[in-house]
Design a protein around this ligand. Structure first.
Ligand SMILES: [Cu+2]
Length: 423
């Protein structure tokens, strides 16, 4: 066995060998392949633990005051929404990988086992650490070969919202879904307290209709847009009790910026990649642009009950993958043409003359494993959304640890838009 002192004195050259030996002492591998939202790890903590919608938090093992985690890089199958399951790469059975949660000042030791068909590494995006722990394959460490385990160890110097992802064959591995959130709470639980704390990773994918494996070399033309690797109507709602202080943290490892828009509230941006913002710099917003490679945290007081959409405001990012290359038929009268085409092809349809809403009503047959362009049914009809779309559900009298979907909001009488007769 390698002692801790030898381990620290080992230096870069011995790192590989020493770490492989230590790997025998790695914590048990925790894995999860469900896309249900896991309950936060309360366990009598002084701070409010984060909730990863459609995701989970990796439980640590305490070893002589060090918090130990075990990540396993591997192929995973992820249901993006019912009807579409995608062949991804991720960690511990899921994409995004499990959220790592710790406290400022904690020493963490993270074992990384590589079960991928090619080498990998893990970069701790935004975390202040010694250079040799930065996880850049070929630069700060050798790449982790398939079948091998490496260990990273560092002290968390500051609180905030961070991420992890490979820095080996980055383009392919991140495109396939290898990413996770790393949340560090302030040491003093009275600093920045909230009642609910959510974290979401944004991503994009290019999966051809009728197939299940993302095209990892696509640069800009993606057709699937996800919150925590789920597309609406597969995205879990965010819940809040009336009056709760809610924090939403969003990280972006996709290849596009995403202006995330929340209905019904003005929010204050309280944190960026660089840290927390002083009160005087907490700008009020209703749409928070989250640039590529960046994190944003914003907060609100949930004082207005209802079902409030939160979605990317690039509106093709709130749609499913079908038909983004369709010709513009707006205003084109195509009734005669359809008759002529029908003489040649039975059942041919022409659409788009009056807009695209009819697409969802028709419930067209779709290629296998492919989501419709617009989907989701609300209490008053089709929702005509997809992709990066979810709901903040604010309810009266919700218990602090209640994260179950309460169903649709019931509007108080007289508080809803309605049809009237025009003279
Ligand atoms: Cu977007």
């Amino acid at each position: 066995m390698t002692t801790r002192r030898q381990f620290l004195a080992g230096g870069a050259v011995l790192l590989g060998a020493a770490l492989a030996e230590r790997a025998t002492a790695a914590p048990e591998i925790q894995s999860r392949d469900s896309s249900d939202t896991a309950s936060p790890l309360f366990n009598g903590k002084a701070y409010t633990p984060v909730v990863t919608p459609n995701g989970w938090t990796l439980p640590p093992r305490l070893n002589n005051g060090v918090k130990e985690f075990h990540l396993v890089a591997e192929k995973v199958k992820r249901e993006f929404a019912p009807g579409s399951t995608i062949n991804c790469w991720g960690y511990n059975g899921s994409t995004p990988g499990p959220t790592i949660e710790a406290i400022e000042g904690d020493r963490v030791r993270i074992f990384v086992t590589n079960r991928l068909p090619e080498h990998t590494s893990v970069h701790w995006h935004g975390i202040r650490l010694p250079n040799g722990m930065d996880g850049v394959g070929g630069l700060t460490q050798p790449h982790i070969p398939p079948g091998k385990t490496y260990v990273y160890e560092f002290t968390l110097k500051r609180s905030g919202t961070f991420m992890y992802h490979p820095h080996s064959d980055d383009m392919v591995q991140v495109a396939m879904g290898m990413m996770g959130l790393f949340i560090v709470h302030p040491k003093n639980p009275k600093e920045r307290p909230v009642d609910r704390d959510y974290c979401i990773l944004l991503h994009n994918w290019d999966v051809e209709a009728g197939t299940a494996t993302p095209k990892s070399s696509t640069m800009t033309e993606f057709n699937l847009w996800t919150f925590n690797s789920r597309a609406f109507p597969g995205t879990a709602p965010l819940l809040a009790g009336k009056g709760d202080r809610v924090r939403i943290r969003i990280g972006n490892l996709s290849m596009h910026d995403h202006p995330i828009h929340l209905h019904g509230y003005d929010v204050h941006v309280t944190g960026t990649d660089g840290g927390w913002l002083p009160k005087s710099a907490q700008i009020p917003e209703i749409t928070i642009n989250v640039p590529v490679g960046a994190m944003r945290a914003f907060e609100l007081i949930a004082d207005e009950p209802g079902d409030w959409p939160m979605h990317c405001h690039k509106l093709h990012h709130t749609m499913g993958p079908m038909g983004h290359n369709i010709p513009n038929m707006l205003g084109v009268q195509h009734d005669d043409i359809v008759h002529k085409i029908n003489r040649l092809v039975d059942g041919a349809m022409a659409m788009g003359e009056t807009g695209m809403a009819e697409m969802q009503e028709m419930k067209m047959a779709l290629p296998e494993n492919t989501l419709p362009m617009m989907s989701g049914d609300g209490p008053f009809g089709p929702l005509e959304m997809g992709g990066m779309f979810t709901l903040l559900k604010v309810r009266d009298g919700l218990a602090r640890d209640d994260y179950r979907d309460p169903g649709w909001y019931r509007h108080p009488p007289g508080s809803q838009a309605r049809e009237i007769d025009m003279p």
